[in-house]
Design a binder for this molecule. Sequence first.
Ligand code: GLU
Length: 280
Amino acid sequence: MKLRKVTAASAAVLALAVAATACGSSNNDKGSGSSSGGGKKITIGIKFDQPGIGQKTPQGYAGFDVDVATYVAKKLGYSADKIEWKESKSADRETMLQRGDVDFIAASYSITPEREKSVDFAGPYLLAHQDVLVRANDSSIKSPADLNKKNLCSVTGSTSAQNVHDKLAPKAQLQKYPTYSACLTGLQSGAIDALTTDDSILAGYASQAQYKGKFKLGGFKMTNENYGIGVKKGSALKAKINKALEDMVSDGSWETAVKKNFGPAGYKNEPAPKIGVVKS
Ligand code: GLU
């Protein structure tokens, strides 16, 4: 009897807690783009482990995607202190947008017809190319065809992994991890021969102090990766974000962000893409 009472009481407390959490969440604000911002926050998905692109550091969040997202958020009415950053791993991005976990995603997120079935994209705001990162002393990978005899590493849910299977090196042994940083240990130890993804990401890793002189990029430009900002399908945010991206290029902030984030890695970026023009 007593036990039952306690259980009922805890259930009531739990129900209250759940209700409170639901009320406190910013779900109702998703995609509002409210101009005042006020106390409201915007939730943005980025990568946490990609130096130069999206990285969580002890000092805060940094990278090109972070700067683009911060600029866009500002135009939508949210100052930097109103941004809540969430990690969006490659395989989680569509689901996070569909569930409303985030308002938008800027996470080295290539626009593809397959992804456009479930989410919408603003942009593109950067054109990158799939490449490989190999050990500095490895001269056996001279062209993409050489990858067919190699152990490759890439990330689940990425275009990089899909492209290896479908066209780039169908005979390669491909290991898939949740993040690119997880591949780096294997590359260093020799467990894998090459890490393959966008050159913009690989340049960031290669330039890290702890990897200086250890790795090199192939320079193969195997694909076009048009980075877009992902939003929920049908969201009115897409048009607003496109406008913000256009402003970012025309007022020079895009170029500044490129120099700041890619300069240290020596990454030679392509010019700013035209909004709505996806290069296949
Ligand atoms: N840009 C590619 C993609 O969207 C590779 C980078 C990544 O996984 O974030 O899949």
